[in-house]
Design a protein around this ligand. Structure first.
Ligand code: NAP
Length: 281
């Protein structure tokens, strides 16, 4: 039987229509105020610049504004922290996105953690992560939260299932594992020093590829009927999982492109609208 396509692109587009209505309502109720997402881009990395532009475009599609802050590649940690402080103090800014990665001379973790919890709509602070992991209110990290939204939308059962997350980065693997645990999955986290990776992946009811290597996770490792989530995106339109051989074997899968990627940006703007509603509404 063909696997169910977990269509993030369509879900994101449908959600945008609802977000547009929410922004319009907020605007009407508040005498013209709208949520604003501040984006910070440090340096000229073309991929990062493209991601920031896509996020700004998504804001505009739903009637929100983005405030683009662009800093030179030579920016110091202190300068970036001062910029974040300014945005934290600005009552018209409802969300702050610091585009990852920043140039190597900057202490990225310190800068992420300087973002006020109430404006951490990308879910990158240690405080937000800790609160999420404890089941307390916090904005989830955008990519894994977007994945959870796809799973929920398609009614994929999580409770009691064995989820294997391959990757343990702060913005993806670790929060992904915690979110699945919150939903009562039994979670295994794999990384570069994991032994017998194929055998562990073979046990997964839900497998999440967050490795950053093209088609690193092989279709033959994955058991029949598993739910396959591919967070990767590489030139040529391939992800971290060998998806082409899974469209019949898996129960469901996220395509690349059109799966996880659109949901990441969608989650970021959705959480900015939520922050705007809390502060303006
Ligand atoms: P990352 O920071 O480079 O982390 C990669 C993770 O993979 C690390 O935890 C690493 O383990 C693990 N890994 C590397 N080699 C491995 C191996 N041989 N076996 C098992 N694990 C291995 O990457 P990331 O930022 O999490 O991104 C992961 C993927 O998601 C990338 O393809 C990226 O493009 C994609 N991504 C997509 C979105 C989106 O919006 N769609 C957003 C973010 C990221 P160690 O910790 O041991 O080094």
């Amino acid at each position: 039987m063909p696997a169910l396509l977990l269509d993030g692109k369509t879900l994101a587009a449908e959600t945008e229509a609802a977000l547009l209505a929410r922004v319009e309502r907020l605007k009407a109720q508040s005498g013209g105020k709208i949520p604003i997402l501040a984006t910070i881009l440090v340096g000229q990395d073309p991929a990062s610049a493209t991601y920031v532009k896509m996020k700004g475009n998504a804001c505009r599609r739903i009637g929100m504004e983005s405030l683009a802050v662009e800093l030179p590649a030579s920016t110091t940690t202190e300068t970036l922290l001062a910029q974040i402080d300014e945005l934290n103090a600005d009552p018209d800014v409802h969300g702050i996105l610091l585009q990852h990665p920043v140039p190597s001379q900057i202490d990225e973790r310190t800068c992420f953690d300087a973002i006020a919890l109430s404006k951490d709509v990308d879910g990158v602070t240690c405080l937000g992560f800790g609160r999420m992991a404890m089941g307390e209110e916090a904005y989830g990290c955008a990519t894994p939260q977007g994945i959870m939204r796809i799973l929920s939308h398609y009614g994929v059962p999580i409770e009691g299932k064995h989820a294997v997350v391959v990757g343990r980065s702060p913005i993806l693997g670790k929060p992904m594992a915690m979110m699945l645990l919150q939903k009562h999955a039994t979670v295994t986290i794999c990384h570069s020093r994991t032994q017998n990776l194929p055998a562990i992946v073979a046990q997964a009811d839900i497998v999440v590829g967050a490795v950053g290597r093209p088609e690193f996770i092989k279709a033959e490792w994955i058991k029949e009927g598993a739910v396959v989530i591919d967070a990767g995106y590489h030139p040529g339109g391939v992800g971290d999982i060998e998806l082409s051989a899974l469209t019949e074997k898996a129960a469901a899968y996220t395509p690349v492109p059109g799966g996880v990627g659109p949901m990441t940006i969608n989650t970021l703007i959705m959480q900015t609208v939520e922050s705007g509603e809390k502060s303006i509404g």
